[in-house]
Design a protein around this ligand. Structure first.
Ligand SMILES: [Ca+2]
Ligand SMILES: [Ca+2]
Length: 409
């Protein structure tokens, strides 16, 4: 059920995204396209060409007479993009490398983007800088659209040291709504850490999914506030809405404690309401932990912090995900009292009648385990496979739900 919801929301994002051509010709396969260089210092940025590298077009920019300033070479899209949605996280990635860099020097690049308000008041946001190597490598950046932006102009700064800079496969896409919740890349620009009496790092070992997980080593037990892993970016949410925050976690000794804090932030950036705290104790194998909460009136964004210093252990966290709690919304469907079930007690079949169409019938035992699910019900359900006993029968109709006790004889 949860996977289906995830697929549906991903499909929704994909459809939404496909309607917007955010980065044009990011692979340079049609030449330069709408890519232009910026800055008039031809003495530093010598050339911009699209070159064929093993039957693949890539951008090549040559820097000479470098002054040490990273913004002396900029490659950017010609046209700003106006369609960003402040409720989504964006993931910008590019492959890059640098050749002919002098020994002892390091070529860097920096994601930089121009934000515009009503076509004026241009300001810039800089995300982290990234060190390039002589091998092609993918670099990632994550960001949210701030409410004050109307447009966004993706660009990359580089050029602090002399060399030949190569770029390919610029992609700007919608991300799941926790930036880098899989800890797969660019940890520093999306998560903050506090490291008193321990370390917070990215690990390639004991990963739940993908190549990396967050690893928190607690050397001295004490106050959970002394060791933290938290979202650096505030996560946009809707007010008065049910959410579900989930993650996978385990610990080496099986007693690592996690205190999760969720802070609610208003439009001015101030905390409102009470911080929601939930405590979990991990086991030695990965399990999913899930926290449901409702955003107070006035909430614009949230911050999520894992606090982890109460017990000496090594804790791993992976796949942090936030989703609107559709399951809760379904549970809150109105009761449909027109539904009648007979006979009850029963042993072979039960009949279900009501004023609106029946979508599904579920039977659970008294411990909550589902023992029977039947879609496409034509008013009659076979319960002969159930053991004698008391069950809960849930009928979902077009109007709502009806839950009643069912006795199998
Ligand atoms: Ca290409
Ligand atoms: Ca991962």
């Amino acid at each position: 059920m949860k996977k289906n919801l995830l697929l549906i929301s991903l499909l929704f994002f994909a459809l939404k995204f496909n309607a917007q051509n955010i980065i044009d010709n990011g692979g340079f396969d049609d030449g330069k396209g709408d890519w232009v260089t910026w800055g008039s210092d031809k003495n530093v940025l010598q050339s911009f060409d699209v070159v064929d590298e093993s039957s693949n077009n890539v951008a090549k920019l040559v820097i000479a007479n470098a002054s040490g300033e990273i913004n002396k070479g900029t490659l950017k899209q010609k046209n700003a993009f106006a369609g960003l949605d402040s409720s989504l996280v964006y993931h910008l990635s590019v492959r890059a490398k640098a050749l002919n860099v002098a020994d002892g020097e390091t070529a860097q690049m920096q994601f930089k983007t121009k934000r515009l308000k009503d076509g004026a008041n241009a300001k810039y946001i800089n995300l982290d800088t990234y060190e390039l190597t002589t091998e092609w490598k993918k670099y990632d950046a994550y960001f949210y659209k701030e409410d004050s932006w109307n447009e966004l102009l993706p660009s990359w700064n580089f050029g602090a040291v002399n060399g030949d800079y190569y770029f390919d496969d610029f992609v700007l896409e919608v991300n799941k709504n926790i930036a880098n919740g899989n800890f797969e890349s660019d940890f520093e620009s999306t998560w903050f850490k506090r490291e008193d009496n321990g370390t917070v790092e990215i690990s390639n070992n004991s990963v739940y999914e993908g190549g990396s997980a967050a690893k928190v080593t607690i050397n001295t037990a004490g106050d959970a506030w002394h060791l933290k892993l938290g979202t650096k970016l505030k996560i946009p949410v809707d007010e008065n809405t049910d959410y579900s925050l989930s993650y996978y976690s385990k610990s080496d000794n099986g007693n690592g404690k996690i205190k999760l804090a969720i802070d609610f932030i208003d439009s001015k950036g101030d905390k409102i309401g009470k911080t929601k705290y939930v405590e979990y104790t991990t086991t030695t194998s990965y399990e999913e932990y899930n926290t449901e909460f409702t955003t107070p009136t006035g909430t614009k964004k949230i911050l999520v912090t894992f606090m982890l210093a109460e017990v000496v252990d090594v804790i791993y966290i992976d796949n942090v995900n936030l989703s609107k709690n559709v399951a809760t919304a379904i549970r809150k469907r109105p009761e449909d009292n027109s539904v009648k079930i007979y006979p009850n007690p029963a042993n072979g079949f039960i009949n279900i009648a009501g004023n609106s169409g029946i979508a599904s019938v579920e039977v659970s035992d008294m411990t909550g385990c589902r023992v029977l699910k039947n879609a496409n019900v034509n008013g009659r359900v076979d319960i002969s496979s159930l053991k004698t006993g008391v069950y809960l029968l849930k009928v979902t109709t077009e109007k709502g739900t009806k839950v009643t006790k069912l006795i199998k004889q």
